[in-house]
Design a protein around this ligand. Sequence first.
Ligand SMILES: O=P(O)(O)OC[C@@H](O)[C@@H](O)c1c[nH]c2ccccc12
Length: 257
Amino acid sequence: MTILDQIIERKKEEVAAAKSRISLDRLKNTALFGRPTYSLKASIKNKSGIIAEFKRQSPSKGIINNNVEPLEVVSAYENFGASGISILTDHDFFGGDLNDVLSVRNEINIPVLRKDFMIDEYQFYEAKSIGADVVLLIASCLSPAQVQEFTDLAHQLKMEVLLEIHTEDELKHFNSKIDLVGINNRNLKDFKVDLQHSVQLKNQLPKEVLSVAESGIYSLEDFQFLKEKGFDGFLMGEYFMKNTDPAKAFEEFSSQI
Ligand SMILES: O=P(O)(O)OC[C@@H](O)[C@@H](O)c1c[nH]c2ccccc12
């Protein structure tokens, strides 16, 4: 079983437990459920294009940073020009929590991506109830039909979708309703990073689609390379989070671009 298979197995159990704990009706009645959302598409066009991620740990790197609070980090990301924030909400593999999104929502004014493994409609209502503006759909965990259905549901809930692909075959999951396409530079099966492979995939997407280069952007050179190749957005986590002070790391990076 790959790590991705393990994550999905665990996620099914988690979603079942969440459903029996909090009903859909209760989610729909939460304070944030009806809030107007921010558009990541718009923010990517207007700002740096960086989607800066809050991530405590990952299966490939283990603990990255367990000593910082979401709000202090993401406020700095916002102040120093991030287009959006990505927050991992998966607990068992990434050390995240739904509350990490909830606790920052009313304190910042840029879009927040709820980063998790979305496999069930329930999770979209949950995302809206914690204040997410955007959700991630990972092609390798879903069928093209599920991507369509989940995109429609996200849109009904006034959230945008970022479709993550990694292989040529996954281009089949794209449909014209998708808001943004993320190309993961990291293979979720063996964790290898390959920027050239992502550029090649990006060139097979329709020109007008907003593209996001995800993962393994570890230097100014990596960022500039991907920008020159035409990526609109850049999802970066570890490069900032691995520092004792991720806020300062982001400030330094953003002053150079
Ligand atoms: O920390 P990095 O290498 O900058 O990567 C960030 C982000 O792209 C990565 O966390 C990610 C991309 N796709 C995912 C899917 C699930 C969990 C995590 C991810």
